[in-house]
Design a protein around this ligand. Sequence first.
Ligand SMILES: C[S@@+](CC[C@H](N)C(=O)[O-])C[C@H]1O[C@@H](n2cnc3c(N)ncnc32)[C@H](O)[C@@H]1O
Length: 251
Amino acid sequence: MKELFLGLYATRVYLPFSSFSRRWRRVSRRIRGKQTGSLQATRLPEVCWTHCVEVSVPRIWEHKKENGNVRISELAILSAFAASCREGSTLFEIGTFDGRTTLNLALNAPATCRICTLDLPPDQATKYPLAGGERHMVEKSAPGSRYEQYRSRLPAAISRIHQLLGDSATFDYSRYNGSCSLVFVDGSHAYDYALSDTRAAMTIGEAGGIIVWHDYGIWEGVTNALDELEQREHFGFRNIRGTSLVIWTKK
Ligand SMILES: C[S@@+](CC[C@H](N)C(=O)[O-])C[C@H]1O[C@@H](n2cnc3c(N)ncnc32)[C@H](O)[C@@H]1O
């Protein structure tokens, strides 16, 4: 009951208000000729989340946002995508952090789905330099602490989560090729990682599957990578209105 209420709040109250406030901040800064603070100018066309997925009220667990998590509205939209995933398919997340999104994907997706989530061990060398200011999300004793708390209470759901460890730029994705109904790209925010994680996500996504990126308009590396790719390749990336999520459906 509480989880449904939180889903309702996130999509019907928080999202419209945060959408308005984000728009207002951008417009007022543009009028004053100022840089948009932590927000970058965005170029991708916007789409309303209700046009991307059958509208439902997703259920939300672990509503408290830590520094590094998605917003509650973004969590709700990702959960709605998870709920509409194909039975028996794989959902893949690049960048586990504390596993708050992983948990919500697992609890909203059909019970026949598995959730794979990849994270970088703190002592592993990386192929590319990480972005400045993101090391604190890597430095943790283990990824997924928030879904681990639910293992004894909801063992069946948590057992569908497969924690993978490695550098997303060198990880061997071959066994997932063309098989994922949802890929959530939320690893390193460095430009080179945004590009290489995008390539990987597009390869492991299944036909009709969706790829979602986080932090568009927030982290420069992600914003530039997605804008440049769209300008060059015309993939049809769309920024979900009122969020930093970008969505693309694989043909
Ligand atoms: C923004 S956090 C992810 C947040 C999480 N998806 C959520 O919704 O709560 C980024 C995560 O990506 C991981 N990461 C950073 N660089 C990575 C890399 N090269 N390969 C795999 N994971 C990486 C970090 O360890 C961190 O846990």
